[in-house]
Design a protein around this ligand. Structure first.
Ligand SMILES: Cc1cc2nc3c(=O)[nH]c(=O)nc-3n(C[C@H](O)[C@H](O)[C@H](O)COP(=O)(O)OP(=O)(O)OC[C@H]3O[C@@H](n4cnc5c(N)ncnc54)[C@H](O)[C@@H]3O)c2cc1C
Ligand SMILES: NC(=O)C1=CN([C@@H]2O[C@H](COP(=O)(O)OP(=O)(O)OC[C@H]3O[C@@H](n4cnc5c(N)ncnc54)[C@H](OP(=O)(O)O)[C@@H]3O)[C@@H](O)[C@H]2O)C=CC1
Ligand SMILES: O=C(O)C(=O)Cc1c[nH]c2ccccc12
Length: 387
């Protein structure tokens, strides 16, 4: 059994940022990570052409702004290099291959007890801590919807997190299900590699360029979000025109308000819209059922496919292992309290990286959590600030 002041579960950007902020305040902490590396989402579960959609100034972790020569929109590899320098510069040493299987609050000791499986030795380890920080991410588990006949599909099925590039799909008929940023970018990549690509679109979403989002992010700092929404929506309409004939409708709520309220990210177009307009990517409506290699759509169209890529998003898994989740989370594994008070629960539990605001949210959460713990332990308020 190991006892520590703060136990952090997850060594993604959020867990690393919390650990660094605590260490700057001389608060002892341990980070547990189920994989054999940190930032596993970025190393193992993302595709080759992935580039940050937000400008680097909105994607840095506390105490380390991005170096000025790096590109404004960083490729995945550069972001991984940034994370590698982050852990080496601040001496963060997560305990890898520790899959946390349970976490519960011990009432009479006023401490958290966490059990982790060492995936190399299969041995169980027990940790006890005054504070527990959940940093397992909003994207902890891949989500694939249950569709009638999916089990009998005779082609290849993958989730977007397993997709690397379209090079294995040349000349194949591929269906991408889901039109968030993963689906739209994977569709684009497939078409570039010569796959006959279709994409399922079923609900309204915003389409913007990364430059428009950049302008919107800057505006959000100085004017009410509703104004940023109005400006960015205007730019999106002006640039893309009416896309309804392709099944693309705009939601009534603006892109930034929608992101904060529902976590729905606007689609940041990498060139997919042009390919949809030119017919290189075909838009199809919701799937009704699947018969062997045939997929039946809501409009009664039946198409045959060699493969399906489910870009249908992710779920949080905190509630699978966190027994006393109700001190901080809802049944869906997301924070009970609305942003910006989402990061603090009762009895010394916190969550980092669940603000639905990407890495900018991670940076804010980690500073807030470290300051709060420092205040409880040492009585010092607001000791550290965001970059
Ligand atoms: C494809 C993709 C691209 C994205 N691009 C951007 C972007 O450009 N800008 C942006 O701001 N955001 C982006 N995001 C959002 C992204 O989630 C965050 O940027 C960031 O990775 C969140 O960090 P995190 O540490 O909270 O979660 P994660 O990066 O998911 O890290 C959580 C860690 O916890 C570990 N873990 C989970 N369960 C357990 C357990 N039971 N025991 C031990 N360890 C566990 C996981 O293995 C993982 O390493 C993107 C997301 C995806 C999916
Ligand atoms: N470069 C970058 O920075 C990138 C960032 N990301 C980010 O990662 C996060 C996750 O993105 P992503 O993986 O796209 O997941 P999302 O949750 O954003 O999108 C999931 C998509 O799947 C659709 N969907 C879900 N169930 C079904 C179904 N049964 N039938 C048809 N469609 C369905 C949803 O549509 P509906 O709305 O109709 O439910 C939605 O379009 C986001 O925050 C995103 O912005 C992702 C890729 C690249
Ligand atoms: O890409 C993502 O998943 C993000 O969460 C980044 C992000 C945070 N706030 C936003 C507002 C508009 C577009 C993307 C983001």
């Amino acid at each position: 059994m190991e006892e520590v002041a703060v136990l952090i579960v997850g060594a993604g950007p959020s867990g690393l940022a919390v650990s660094n902020c605590l260490s700057h305040l001389s608060i002892p902490n341990i980070v547990l990570e189920r994989e054999d590396c940190c930032a596993s989402l970025w190393r193992k579960r993302s595709y080759d052409r992935l580039t940050l959609h937000l400008a680097k100034q909105f994607c840095s972790l506390p105490y380390m702004p991005h170096a000025s020569p790096s590109s404004t929109f960083m490729p995945r590899k550069c972001f991984i290099e940034y994370i590698d320098s982050y852990i080496s510069r601040f001496g963060i040493e997560p305990h890898y291959c520790r899959s946390v299987e349970s976490g519960s609050y011990i009432e009479n000791e006023k401490k958290w007890r966490v059990e982790a499986r060492n995936t190399l030795t299969q041995e169980k380890e027990v940790y006890v801590a005054q504070f527990l920080v959940v940093a397992t991410g909003e994207n902890s588990k891949c989500f694939i919807p249950e569709l009638p006949g999916l089990d009998g599909f005779e082609g290849k099925i993958i989730h977007s997190s397993e997709y690397k590039s379209g090079k294995d799909y040349e000349n194949q008929k591929v269906l991408v299900v889901g039109c968030g940023n993963s689906g739209m970018e994977i569709g684009y990549d497939l078409a570039n590699f010569g796959a006959h690509t279709s994409i399922v679109i079923r609900n309204p979403f915003h389409v913007l360029t990364k430059e428009m989002v950049y302008i919107g992010m800057l505006l959000c700092k100085h004017v009410p979000m509703t104004i940023a929404d109005a400006v960015v929506t205007f730019l999106g309409k002006f640039w893309y025109g009416d896309l309804t004939r392709y099944g693309i409708h705009r939601p009534a709520k603006g892109p930034f308000n929608l992101k904060v309220a529902n976590g729905k990210t606007p689609v940041i177009d990498v060139g997919t819209i042009k390919k949809i307009q030119s017919g290189d990517i075909k838009v199809l409506p919701e799937i009704v059922r699947i018969n062997r290699n045939n997929v039946v759509f809501e409009n009664n169209v039946v198409e045959q496919f060699d493969g399906i890529i489910f870009a249908t998003g992710y779920k949080s898994t905190t509630n699978y292992w966190l027994k006393d989740y109700e001190y901080i989370m809802n049944k869906d594994g997301m924070p009970k309290r609305p942003c910006p008070r989402h990061w603090k629960g009762e009895n010394g539990i916190y969550c980092a990286g669940f603000s639905k605001e990407g890495l900018a949210g991670t940076a804010r959460d980690s500073v807030a959590i470290a300051n709060d713990i420092n205040e409880i332990l040492n009585g010092m308020k607001g000791k550290i600030k965001v970059n």
